[in-house]
Design a protein around this ligand. Sequence first.
Ligand code: SF4
Length: 528
Amino acid sequence: MRAEGIETVRRILCVFPRYTSSFGTFEYAYPLTDGVQAFMPPQGLLLIAAYLPEHWPVRFIDENIRPASQEDFEWAEAVFVSGMHIQRQQMNDICRRAHAFDLAVAIGGPSVSACPDYYPSFDYLHVGELGDATNDLLARLARDPSRPEQQVVLKTADRIAMTDFPIPAYELADVKRYFLGSIQYSSGCPYQCEFCDIPGLYGRNPRLKSPQQIIAELDKLLACGVTGSVYFVDDNFIGNRKAALDLLPHLVEWQKKTGYVMRLACEATLNIAKRPEILEKMRDAFFVTIFCGIETPDPEALKAMQKDHNMMVPILEGVHTINSYGMEVVSGIIMGLDTDKPETGEALIAFVDETKIPLLTINLLQALPQTPLWDRLEREGRLIHDEGRDSNVDFRLPYEQVVSSWRKCMEIAYQPERLYARYQYQCDYTYTNRIKVPVTPEQKSWANIKRALIMLRNIFWKIGVLGDYRKVFWKFALGRLRHGDIEGLIASTMIGHHLIMFARDASEGQQNASNYSIRLREASVPAE
Ligand code: SF4
């Protein structure tokens, strides 16, 4: 559905802010691609763009691709911005630039919904999800697009059901410039992990779109030119297991019909390993990756953070079970927990070697507003508001010790030999469990072959010839070439390159240790 009952016409400029460099946005991989410049199309802003009255002209600018220009601001009558905490500075900067053109600026999304006081300069704060606040904002702009005398805060009390959400305006985004496609089926999570703001922001009872909406969205993504990988940005794909089971047969049918043009990925809790009926259907729907917030291999720590559900099955067994359905596990890991000991770093490296998970996002604990962790640390006087620090948590262990342990873990985990050994394991024991998908006309098209050739040329030149870990690379690459696995070669080496380069920066202290943006929440829908 769209906003209705508005007769005036307003030109809306939607601007998505730049990300600061982050482990989870893979920017070191971009120069190896055929022109990727940004991570994922932002679901939230594209949803709002689709919800605007049909006769309102709208422009969408992702500043990760190009900055909003003078001409864009001169064209617009109002500006909409959305993003996560990590994009706070950039959002405030967009507001400043828009005000230079005397434009009213509205901000929505997860950051302002959790922390309205981060954004004192904006004219309109849209707090909460798509709903009555959105309609109020549009009605106000329709009446008068000029800047209000003082800030107006609009809070959603009555949310629009996700079944009434329009399809995000993917057509406004230059989808070929993104590393991944994105889509969202559900919002919210039934668990209450201490550090997580999802249940507080989006609720514990997951809200859902219908399978038919998802199929229509996939059709639209495909029509817009998205092929390759598409990420379900749901907070927890199995937050409502029945809903996942309802959706999966539709995905399987769609993949069969379109020739498996998309490789799917999602986030889910590790206890998915106890659900073979779900895993089987996910394999059939060509899910190839699951991000699991394993957080720590330490059972005592899992208990303390109220993530006991990770222990429903032994972690190693859970990872291997998921692998046996052809899906690679990507894992979130947190260091700096109250339960950490001086030997935690070593235990973590042993865990990485044992699970053979190639991609782990290893972050320092960061307390997010509106989480039980924040409340507890505030009570204990352990929140530190110092932008120069890598975390706002006063750790139990000395800060320097925790940060240097994090740097050491990044350095060791992403040594090229170690990383490629883990990828080799995935090739031998995980990817072989995937269904064999037919080669589609799309894959055989000249455009696709040209794309692959460009990426191979970049990879061979920049890593195979110029790279300082070329020996390790060639050992892996020749094995893939012998198996005719070009796709696997491109995917593993591109992502591997990012991990190796980012980890080097991190171990030299050039990257922040709290990349909580990695949880991919940035692309999630509702809090616009
Ligand atoms: S960390 Fe994951 S499982 Fe825990 S509450 Fe957040 S979304 Fe749910």
